[in-house]
Design a binder for this molecule. Structure first.
Ligand SMILES: Nc1nc2c(c(=O)[nH]1)N[C@H]1C(S)=C(S)[C@@H](COP(=O)(O)O)O[C@H]1N2
Ligand SMILES: [Mo]
Length: 239
């Protein structure tokens, strides 16, 4: 997919979002051919999606792209509630809920954990995609450090702009799922979620929360499932 030549596609983008909600997952994924699993997952109902987690875990890592395939111009900024500016010095990532060791990690603590990179295709349901290189820590390492309970089947993700997400445990623990602090070899820009955002090649763009402030491990999904999911978007949103 290529970037729209129209530099201010706000209205048409909103319309596309509306179509996505009513048109179903095949439209959401239309044209962004990634692999067969995306279609299966996209068209399945939620319980089936959750069973597909087993498949997801069993299929191994998602193939990555080469660093020279990164296309910074293709990554559009998609923020729906402004751009929060978090002070890096006072920033804390809170990890709570069904964990034996609740955490408040500052950026120094995050940078002390093993660092990983992923070069992946970011796919937005509004009809664009971009190859991006993210780096940071594995979400799995943070959840393991917090001693996640076996009863913690889901992770709720809060962001500074009130964006909300919830993920299944298997996707959160996937080795390519990162809490990214850098993008395309440079510190993460504020517009793209600084100081910390989610990145993974296994889920659609709207699952990849920017400005993450709090992770809460829970046993069941709550009434709120996600900013877009609560308006009809598919919850698992696997690629
Ligand atoms: N906190 C927060 N995270 C968010 C969003 C948002 O509005 N707020 N938009 C989502 C959507 S729909 C997409 S496609 C990506 C866009 O990431 P980018 O702006 O870095 O390209 O962020 C996702 N994460
Ligand atoms: Mo998106």
């Amino acid at each position: 997919m290529t970037r729209s030549p129209d530099p201010s596609p706000q209205f048409s983008r909103r319309r596309l979002l509306g179509l996505g909600v009513s048109g179903g997952s095949s439209l959401l994924l239309g044209g962004c051919a990634l692999n067969g699993l995306s279609e299966q997952v996209g068209q399945a109902s939620e319980p089936l999606n959750q069973r597909l987690e087993v498949l997801l875990q069993g299929r191994g890592p998602v193939p990555e792209f080469r660093p020279d395939q990164v296309d910074p111009a293709a990554l559009l900024i998609n923020s729906f509630n402004g751009t929060p500016r978090l002070d890096p010095a006072s920033y804390r990532l809170r990890v709570e809920g069904l964990v034996s060791r609740p955490l408040q990690l500052d950026l120094t603590a995050l940078s002390a954990l093993p660092q990983y990179g992923v070069v992946m295709r970011h796919v937005c349901v509004e009809g664009w995609a971009a190859i991006v290189a993210w780096s940071g820590v594995r979400l799995a390492d943070v959840l393991t450090l917090a001693e996640i309970s076996p009863l913690g089947g889901y992770v709720e993700i809060e962001s500074a702009d009130q964006y909300f997400e919830s993920w299944d445990r298997a996707s959160a623990m996937h080795p390519q799922t990162l809490l990214a602090t850098a993008m395309n070899g440079a510190p993460l820009p504020v517009a793209n979620g600084a100081p910390v955002r989610l990145a993974t090649p296994i889920k659609l763009g709207y699952k990849l929360s920017k400005w993450v402030t709090r992770l809460r491990v829970v046993s069941d999904l709550g009434v709120r499932r996600g900013t877009w999911e609560d308006q009809g978007y598919e919850w698992f949103a696997g690629l």
